[in-house]
Write a new protein. Structure first.
Lengths: 234, 234
């Protein structure tokens, strides 16, 4: 390998590393947005909610940057394995962008909830949200370290999130039936719970993209302990 | 241009046309799934609902095929404009796949609703769904004909869908407050309405991808008559 070639290869590697770093940063930002939205909800902190809503633009801008960088890398005619890495980055960026939207939506709904008296039912939502944030951190680590086994573990753990969501959904319905004044705020909690369940689905998508970038189109192994009856009709 | 080169160019064009045709077929299937799900709901037809749920696999398989074909095309090192077409196809396929999921979810929820007495409130949902299906047809035509102006019109019309959704959302809340027995079925209708509003968002995404494949990163013109207060907190 001559020096010129070495230089090109190095710069190529650097750019892929930069793409990965931007994506990890984007994912960490989305996770912290989710946690801030949950704090804004439980503490009824309108200023914090507004900050989450404003910050969502930064996540959108990072997705644009990743799209732009990925297209430039693709135009250089990458090897098949590198192309998989780039395509996975595009998909993961799109998943993280959606996660950011859901976090911002939770912040928006927390502002609506501040207009009604405090509800104790936000505790269950907070627990669901913390589990979703945990899933996100785990899948981002699996992505960063290219760890297919850890990615599959995140995918398997999604069933627990679904079960928690389904329980919370039923609980919120009973509150609504007991007290008509709880209907409007609990409806917002239902949609926030749904957002968190969807964040879990996006974490699963990211896990499947870690598998794709490592193994291409080789089918994923079947899910462990997956009970489809737990999967919410939602 | 020699014969060999002509042959290659033709085959390249053919493959891009095949990609577009598969995508249009996938989009038509998703639209018809949505309409079948709405029929299953209004006619309380469990067999039709099950058919929609089963058919969703076909949409998922088409997305896999498009991903596969697109990767093969990318590996040939396309021109920048062709690369845009291919990347847009990947994104549009992902949007259509989600639309199919939402249609299947509406069918699943219709089965749950069949367990309660008939509700008159399904009419508003049906109207919302027909408008979403209309948006889908329009954006697929814009995609097929590479018509940027028509795509922008679909994007603008999303505000009407949002307004209809917001009205239906409020209406369903009042039914729930009037009659606690309506809470569970109306919650399903709320989520179905949300699915339809999201289908509208995906139609908007597709419209923006028509713009991208025609104009690259040139920013889209501002939306016409867009009143952000109409955008649901959802």
């Amino acid at each position: 390998m001559n020096e010129q070639h070495q230089h090109i290869v190095k710069s190529h590697d650097d750019e892929q590393t930069a793409l990965r770093d931007t994506l990890i940063y984007m994912g960490q930002l989305a996770t912290s947005q989710l946690e801030s939205a949950l704090n804004a909800l439980t503490q009824r902190n309108a200023a914090a909610a507004h900050e989450v809503i404003t910050n969502d633009e930064r996540i959108d801008a990072l997705e644009q940057q990743i799209n732009h960088d990925a297209i430039r890398l693709i135009q250089r005619g990458p090897l098949a394995s590198d192309l998989r890495v780039i395509l996975a980055a595009l998909r993961v960026a799109s998943d993280i962008e959606r996660i950011g939207d859901y976090a911002a939506n939770i912040a928006k709904r927390s502002l609506v909830l501040n207009q009604s008296p405090p509800l104790s039912h936000t505790r269950g939502l907070d627990a669901l949200g913390r589990m979703a944030a945990h899933q996100l951190r785990d899948v981002l680590r699996a992505y960063q370290q290219r760890d297919g086994d850890d990615a599959l573990r995140v995918r398997d753990a999604d069933a627990e999130l679904d079960a928690l969501y389904t329980g919370l959904f039923r609980e919120l319905l009973t509150y609504m039936m007991e007290d008509p004044r709880a209907i409007t705020p609990c409806t917002h909690l239902l949609f926030m719970a749904k957002n968190l369940e969807r964040i879990g689905d996006h974490a699963t998508n990211i896990a499947e993209n870690v598998w794709f970038l490592l193994h291409g189109d080789t089918p994923l192994p079947p899910r462990n302990k997956r009970d489809d009856s737990l999967k919410p009709v939602a």
